[in-house]
Design a protein around this ligand. Sequence first.
Ligand code: HXC
Length: 259
Amino acid sequence: MNYEFILVDEQAQPHIALIRLNRPKELNALNLQLMLELKSALQSLDQNDAVRCIIITGNEQAFAAGADIKQMESRTPVDLIKIDQFETWDQIRKTSKPVIAAVSGFALGGGCELAMLCDMIVASESAKFGQPEIKIGIMPGAGGTQRLTRAVGKALAMEMVLTGKFISAQEAHAAGLINRVVPDELYLDEAFKLAKEVAAMSPISIRLAKESVLKAFETGLQEGLFFERKNFYLTFTSEDQKEGMKAFIEKRKPDFKGV
Ligand code: HXC
């Protein structure tokens, strides 16, 4: 297996699952097998009602240093078309539950793109983000020119994509690429903290809200507002809506059941 999967202790961290990318010798380079395994893990967690939030992490040295260059080196365009690896990435993007990337060390090329495919990013102070594909004669292919540009704007995205320069976690935070930067030893704890907050909410509202935020990247304002409105109405079909509002009025914590 190219990843470790830990369904986190229900008592200590209820409803949170952790996936750890596990090719440490290759700085978690994303080969095809790893991506297929990651897709399957996410699909099964998506079906598991006990799970409300998923964390993807790597190790201290690397979240992932990009697609596996050794695997890619001799590929022809026809190979790439036949392999159709981006279908796997598209499936990962369809995960309906919130996914948090907990990044330490390198998040480069496909590694940065994988982090950006997640819904939120928590990073350690020593994390480095970059799209260095240009240095090996290619360019980003899994969202690096699109998601990065939407996140940080044209100026920085263009510079990162055209020069391959890395940015620090602090720069990434200032540019709006990531949610939080914390001292190195705390990045996973911080990701759990964030996951815990999300996992305490109504899973149905979370799902519809995630879908609606992502819609903002794909539509104009009017269509997006219309989509949001329908999802807002849909939240009122859930028992969690009754529970959430009742709990507010009764001045107690809600107990969301996901129904
Ligand atoms: C395969 C990789 C790798 C990668 C590192 N390794 N990155 N193997 N694919 N992307 C391997 C190295 O070959 C080496 O193995 C080991 O990991 C440690 O790496 P070093 O280079 O010795 O470490 P260091 O000097 O600390 O440098 C770290 C680094 C550098 C700056 C991250 O490894 C690097 O530049 N990596 C490539 C980054 C990159 O270009 N990523 C974009 C890939 S293209 P050996 O066995 O040789 O010691 C891409 C396209 C995505 O992502 C398209 C969508 C899928």
